[in-house]
Design a protein around this ligand. Structure first.
Ligand code: SF4
Ligand code: SF4
Length: 342
């Protein structure tokens, strides 16, 4: 499940963005502030006096490059060969987090990127590995990152929900529910069936209340223009499911780094990128890319099966992104040149 928007953008950032949307002067100020922040972070993590601590705060793990849906707005290339993460790749990442103190800022593991996480044929085995690492982290008195699954919900049947919740490795589970009515949902999320989705969400919430009540649920909902960014206008069936979740983020569509035409002009941030400093994304074959906007391997900087994760983080290829974005030379980066996301 590729996120339609970043579910981890802070509540305040989202609030600020929705408040200033439509006010170009305020928007320019925010962009300026983002550039200043990037300069500061660049100095802190890559300047002459920086230590060896990685700026990375979250790692996205793409369990599956394949997806069972064909959402109209998605940038995922469904023709590329399907691949699924091996336990070897997962172990490489988790061992780096466990043993390398330079990654001590990593607080989140996002189980999503391109594809649908639950499409993995041996998904339970990977979740069991995560549960295993959670125990080891705790035995070593190390903070274990929050684990967040974002799914399109179509494969999260009752039995799988029970299995995943019984492992106690998930902290948050997010569902994508776009459109505002069952008909619009099915129209936007091609191949999805509202009835099945709604039943899966209901079962999941009932089971999580029974087995693992601390698991937080959230929704991400794309709202088409001209509807307001709330559920007041939505169909009762849709509202009922949305209101069962702990929170729902109503957002406009983003353009996946300029790869999807969303029919509206977005201002391209000229300098810096918070996402680049905050994220690393590990793809099913172990390839590491710079951010979650890269659904089709344009920004790969190496592979964890061949190179240590920190060496990829500090490696020449990733640093090329860091330096060029610092200088405002976004146009020279194929992945970034049209990106208006961050
Ligand atoms: S097709 Fe839909 S569910 Fe699948 S990755 Fe794209 S946005 Fe996510
Ligand atoms: S595509 Fe480039 S500019 Fe956009 S979020 Fe990713 S790294 Fe940042």
């Amino acid at each position: 499940m590729a996120c339609a928007i970043c579910p981890l953008m802070s509540k305040w950032t989202r609030k600020l963005k929705s408040t200033i949307a439509g006010n170009p002067a305020a928007w320019r100020l925010v962009k300026k502030a983002q550039e200043v922040k990037y300069d500061y972070q660049y100095f802190r993590f890559h300047g002459p006096y920086s230590g060896s601590l990685a700026s990375t705060k979250e790692i996205n793990l793409e369990f599956s490059s394949a997806c069972n849906l064909r959402c109209r707005f998605c940038a995922l290339d469904h023709l590329k060969p399907k691949s699924y993460m091996s336990t070897k790749v997962l172990d490489k990442v988790m061992e780096s987090l466990l043993h390398d103190p330079r990654f001590s800022r990593v607080k989140t593991l996002n189980l999503h990127n391109g594809g649908e996480t639950l499409m993995h044929p041996r998904r339970v085995e990977l979740f069991e590995r995560l549960a295993h690492y959670k125990k080891i982290f705790h035995l070593k008195n190390k903070a274990y990152p929050r684990v967040i699954l974002l799914t399109n919900g179509m494969l999260l049947r009752e039995k799988l929900s029970r299995t995943l919740l019984s492992l106690h490795t998930l902290d948050e589970v997010g569902f994508s529910l776009d459109g505002g009515s069952p008909e619009a949902f099915e129209e936007m999320r091609v191949n999805a069936r509202w009835e099945k989705f709604a039943a899966n969400v209901e079962h999941f919430i009932r089971l999580k209340n029974e087995l693992s009540p601390k698991v937080r649920t959230f929704g991400i909902s794309i709202v088409p223009h001209p509807h307001p960014l709330n559920d007041s206008w939505m169909a009762p069936d849709f509202q009922r499911i949305a209101r069962m979740l702990d929170s729902v983020e109503y957002r406009r569509l983003h353009d996946w780094g300029g790869q999807v035409d969303i029919g509206e002009q977005q201002e391209v941030n000229k300098k810096g990128c918070e996402m680049l400093l905050r994220q690393l994304v590990v793809l099913p074959d172990g390839a590491v890319t710079v951010c979650c906007n890269d659904l089709n391997k344009k920004g790969v900087v190496g592979n964890v099966l061949e190179t240590d994760l920190f060496d990829l983080y500090r490696g020449q290829e990733r640093m090329r992104y860091v330096h060029l974005l610092k200088e405002g030379r976004k146009a020279e980066l194929e992945l970034c040149k049209d990106c208006a996301s961050f």
